[in-house]
Design a protein around this ligand. Structure first.
Ligand code: IPD
Length: 284
């Protein structure tokens, strides 16, 4: 796969994505200094601000101007009712602010995430950490990089030597919280070195890509949280799978990622599932 369609080489699309992600990051850096207008979406823990909307509009309008035939899946457009499903068309999958709760609290783990898929296959990803200005990128077959330095996942296979990341997700009902805690408890009982929750799925997944964490799992994330990060982890040598152990299903809202397949498989075996509605539910 060398081109998004006949006209645009993927490399050029990725350069455009990097430029718009950096611009979006500047808008977020400026906005974090000011009061925010915060609303909720699916639950009281699922936050959105006017900056999420502004940044998504900036990214999509910039890309649509340049690539009018491409499709777009964006977090806030989907929340507003736009259909969220992949076709064979070149498709941009965008999270304007990943870590909106962090952004609201000025907790410095906030990213812009832009993934790109052609014929339903992820072909490049760009994640920009807005606070420390770190840029993660990967293109299929060309490796993964952080600020230009090549990324390599951890080779750890043994959970008792692992640092594992997860995120809570938006559902907070007693049953969900019980399963969430139970999953953590199982990994701690297996003597994992530690479990971390940093408030941004994309940046947590980037820690797996860089080898700073050995694994990540989550129920309740969205396709825009996984798209860019999945290709970055794979290009850094890691595995990204469904929580059933099968291939990643971008719309399933669940993932296990790890430096090694052995680690991913172990974690898959420990997890009890938390049920979330699929991202493409409107398509059925
Ligand atoms: C969310 C964050 C959060 C994770 C959620 C994500 P958002 O993204 O990454 O940590 O638990 O599943 O949807 O709403 O801040 O873009």
């Amino acid at each position: 796969m060398t081109s998004a369609d006949n006209a645009q080489p993927l490399e050029e699309c990725m350069e455009v994505a990097v430029r718009v992600a950096r611009r979006a990051g500047q808008v977020i850096q400026e906005a974090v200094k000011h009061d925010k207008c915060v609303s909720t979406k699916s639950t009281a823990a699922d936050l959105v601000t006017e900056t999420d909307h502004q940044v998504e509009e900036l990214i999509i309008s910039t890309l649509r101007d340049k690539y009018p035939s491409h499709r777009f899946i964006g977090e806030e457009s989907s929340a507003a009712g736009e259909k969220c499903f992949l076709t064979d068309s070149p498709t941009w999958i965008i999270d304007p602010i990943d870590g909106t709760c962090n952004f609201v609290h000025s907790f410095p783990m906030v990213a812009v995430s832009i993934g790109f898929a052609v014929k339903k296959e992820l072909v490049f990803g760009v994640i920009y950490h807005c606070f420390d200005e770190t840029l993660y990128t990967a293109r299929k077959g060309h490796g993964a990089f952080c600020n230009g330095l090549r990324l390599q996942v951890s080779k750890e296979k043994d959970v008792s030597k692992a640092l594992i990341l997860t995120e809570i997700g938006a559902k907070r009902d007693p049953e969900t919280l019980k399963i969430f805690s139970g999953n953590i408890e199982k990994l701690l009982k297996a003597h994992a070195h530690g479990i971390r929750v940093i408030g941004s799925s994309t940046l947590a997944l980037c820690q797996v890509a860089s080898g700073a964490a050995d694994a990540y799992y989550q129920f309740g994330l969205h396709c825009w949280d996984i798209a860019a990060a999945a290709i970055i982890i794979r290009e850094a040598g890691g595995s990204v799978v469904d929580t059933s152990g099968g291939p990643l299903d971008l719309m399933s809202r669940r993932v296990v990622a790890a430096g090694t397949m052995e680690m991913a498989t172990y974690i898959v075996q420990q997890l009890q599932e938390i049920d979330y509605e699929r991202d493409d539910h409107q398509a059925h």
